[in-house]
Design a protein around this ligand. Structure first.
Ligand SMILES: Cc1ncc(COP(=O)(O)O)c(C=O)c1O
Length: 391
């Protein structure tokens, strides 16, 4: 008997995997690896019974979107009968103008930056290949790797006085002949720490030329450290560096589901072949272009974040809790074991309408992640934590 996909089945055999076209199969069977994926669960958004709810669980913007983006969205909604421009030229040119980038190397994603990270894996990972990322990294890297029957190589971070930091030497020591992608979130979610420009350069310099370094700078605009770079410096200069960004965080457009990436021209040529024909809607194109052009709004959001991130860090440390240094729009709070542990804190805060993010799925069951919110939300969070500690 011959199978329609015999070539593909042969490929699985060739690399030492059992063919998924097995005569004993009695039902549609997914690719190997997919059923090993834990379902991604987003931040909680409800606090039943609480009079007022402060959602500080998903690293959303405290200020919301630029008014210019909202006006552009409303205007774009007038022509919903028309197909969009499949090349998303207006948006890519707007991004290119603000960041001085070649629009031909910009990919945009109409489901946020998460699916762009996945699309890179879909294009570059074969079954048996390896992708490296850190233990407490954004969950999508593991999902994208497993979805391609590739092997996640998970590298422990270093625990330092300032927090949990990616270990560049350990990452480099994990590279093998099978490595195809290294994913780094910079800054990292949920730790809030970052690699300096020099550390990232060292990581890149140690990688073989065929390994793609994917720098996920979803929170890059919030960083005010002078020794930080979003990854654009490396991405401009090298054929094996891609950088991803999102409109969900500093631009306050999480509901719009829009992300972008700056990739080498050869990678753009590959991704353009497998992307959907209309990756972004006119609403996304117009609102995204207006949002990125409004750099005054971006600066306001970054200033608000820096002020309140510092305040939250100081106030929560003053309660006796360990808070890691963060450069992003959230802080990671450590709780002791016993009756005042992270689980008890989470339950107490939810009853008060303050929703934080449990990060057990990120390997940090003793921590909660708190997003920097409005002044009112930040004060409510600290007051609730204070009462939790005092009870
Ligand atoms: C590190 C990191 N990368 C990427 C994303 C994806 O954001 P989006 O898909 O909304 O663009 C997130 C969202 O939480 C994130 O934390």
């Amino acid at each position: 008997m011959r199978f329609a996909h015999e070539g593909e089945a042969g490929l699985y055999f060739a690399i030492g995997r059992v063919s998924r076209y097995d005569a004993s199969m009695t039902e549609p069977t997914p690719k190997p690896g997919i059923l090993d994926i834990e379902l991604y669960v987003g931040g909680r958004s409800s606090a039943p019974g609480a009079a007022k709810v402060y959602k500080l669980s998903s690293n959303e913007s405290a200020l919301g979107p630029s008014p210019a983006a909202m006006a552009a969205l409303a205007a774009a909604a007038q022509d919903l009968q028309l197909y969009p421009d499949g090349s998303s030229r207006l948006l890519r040119e707007a991004i290119g103008k603000v960041h001085d980038l070649d629009p031909a190397r910009i990919m945009v994603g109409g489901e946020g930056s998460g699916p762009l990270l996945t699309m890179i894996a879909n294009a570059y990972l074969m079954p048996g290949d390896e992708a490296i990322f850190s233990r407490h990294a954004f969950l999508i890297y593991e999902i994208a790797t497993r979805a391609n029957a590739a092997r996640p190589v998970i590298v422990a971070e270093k625990v330092t006085n300032s927090g949990i930091r990616i270990d560049v030497d350990a990452m480099l020591a994990s590279v093998t002949a099978k490595t195809r992608i290294v994913y780094i979130a910079n800054p990292n979610n949920p730790t809030g720490s970052y690699l300096t420009r020099d550390e990232m350069k060292k990581l890149h310099a140690g990688l073989p030329a065929h390994v793609l370094l994917v720098i996920d700078a979803a929170y890059g605009e919030f960083v005010d450290a002078a020794d930080y770079d979003t990854g654009l410096e490396l991405a401009r200069a090298h054929d094996n560096v891609a950088m991803t960004r999102t409109f969900s965080k500093i631009h306050g457009l999480a509901a719009l589901r829009l992300g972008w990436a700056y990739v080498p021209q050869a990678v753009a040529d590959v991704l353009n072949r497998i992307r959907g024909p209309f990756p972004t809607s006119p609403l996304q194109q117009q609102a995204g272009a207006a949002a990125i052009a409004d750099q005054a709004h971006v600066a306001r959001a970054a200033a608000h974040n820096a002020k309140w991130r510092k305040w939250l860090t100081q106030e929560i440390r003053a309660l006796g809790l360990k808070v890691d240094d963060s450069v992003a729009n959230f802080v990671l709070i450590h709780f002791p074991s016993g009756p005042k542990d992270a689980k008890a804190a989470d339950a107490f805060l939810i009853a008060r309408g303050v929703i934080l993010r449990g990060v057990g799925a990120y390997g940090l069951p003793d921590c909660l992640r708190l997003t920097v919110g409005t002044e009112e939300a930040n004060r409510a969070a600290v007051a609730a934590l204070k009462d939790f500690i005092a009870q």
